[in-house]
Design a protein around this ligand. Structure first.
Ligand SMILES: C[S@@+](CC[C@H](N)C(=O)[O-])C[C@H]1O[C@@H](n2cnc3c(N)ncnc32)[C@H](O)[C@@H]1O
Length: 208
C-alpha cells in the first residue's frame, strides 16, 4: 500500500499555501482551475443530488458542483486540508478517509468526483479504489476523475519534456492503464483530454 502517513504529512504541510500555489499555476498543476471548469460539464448532476469528493482538499472542484445544486460530502486524508475546507464550506460533511477506505455506507451517494489526487495511489491499488468508490455509489451513479493523466505514453513524454525542471515525477497514469483497471472491476471508462497535462475519466457501471 502507498505510504499514507507520508502523503498525509506532505499535504498537511502544503495545505496553507496550496491555493496560492495553484493560482501561480506552476508545474504539473498548470491550468488547474481551467481543467476543473472544463471537467464539470462531463458529469450531469441534478439539484439536490449528493456528490462525494475524494481528496477534496480545500474544496475547489466540489464547489463547482455545489453551484449546480449538488449536496457535497468531502473525504481527505489531510486533517489540515479538511480544516481549511470546513472554514470555506461550513455546511459540508467532511471526513478523514482515503480512496481505499471511504467512511461511508454502501449505496449512499449519487455521484463521486476526485481531482488531482488519484496519482497518489499505486498502480495495483487503482482497481480496489474504483471498487470502493462504486461501493458507496447508488445504482446508476458515476465517478468523474480529473488528474495529471495522459492519452498515452507519447503524450506523457512530450509533457515531461515541455515542463523540464518543473516536472515532478509521480505515478501519473496513461489512459490505457486506467481503462484496464476499470475493466478489471466491470466499469466502462471514457477519457477526455483537458490539456497537455490533464485528463478526465468518467467511470460508469457497464450495462448488464
Ligand atoms: C493536489 S490536492 C487537490 C485538492 C483538490 N481536489 C483540488 O483539485 O484543488 C490533492 C488532495 O488529495 C488528498 N489525497 C492524497 N492522497 C489521497 C488518498 N489516498 N485518499 C484521499 N485523499 C488523498 C491530499 O490530502 C490533497 O488534499
Amino acid at each position: 500500500m502507498a505510504d499514507l502517513s507520508e502523503t498525509r504529512r506532505e499535504f498537511d504541510l502544503w495545505a496553507d499555501s496550496y491555493e496560492e500555489d495553484v493560482r501561480k499555476g506552476l508545474g504539473v498543476l498548470e491550468g488547474h482551475d481551467q481543467s476543473l471548469a472544463k471537467a464539470t460539464g462531463l458529469l450531469s448532476v441534478k439539484p439536490g443530488q449528493s456528490i462525494l469528493d475524494i481528496g477534496v482538499g480545500t474544496g475547489a472542484f466540489a464547489a463547482l458542483f455545489e453551484e449546480r445544486g449538488a449536496k457535497v460530502t468531502g473525504v481527505d486524508l489531510s486533517l489540515r486540508m479538511l480544516e481549511l475546507a470546513k472554514e470555506r464550506h461550513p455546511d459540508w460533511p467532511l471526513f478523514d478517509g482515503h480512496f481505499l477506505a471511504l467512511p461511508l455506507a454502501d449505496s449512499t451517494m449519487d455521484a463521486a468526483i476526485s481531482a488531482f489526487a488519484f496519482h497518489h495511489l499505486e498502480t495495483a491499488e487503482r482497481p480496489d479504489a474504483l471498487r470502493e468508490i462504486f461501493r458507496v455509489l447508488r445504482r446508476g451513479g458515476a465517478f468523474l476523475l480529473v488528474d495529471i493523466l495522459f492519452t498515452d505514453q507519447a503524450a506523457k513524454d512530450l509533457a515531461r519534456h515541455r515542463l523540464g525542471d518543473q516536472w515532478e515525477e509521480e505515478n501519473y497514469a496513461v489512459f490505457p492503464d486506467i481503462a484496464r483497471a476499470a475493466a478489471e472491476v466491470g466499469l466502462a471508462a471514457a477519457f477526455t483530454r483537458l490539456s497537455d497535462l490533464h485528463g478526465a475519466v468518467l467511470f460508469e457501471a457497464r450495462e448488464r
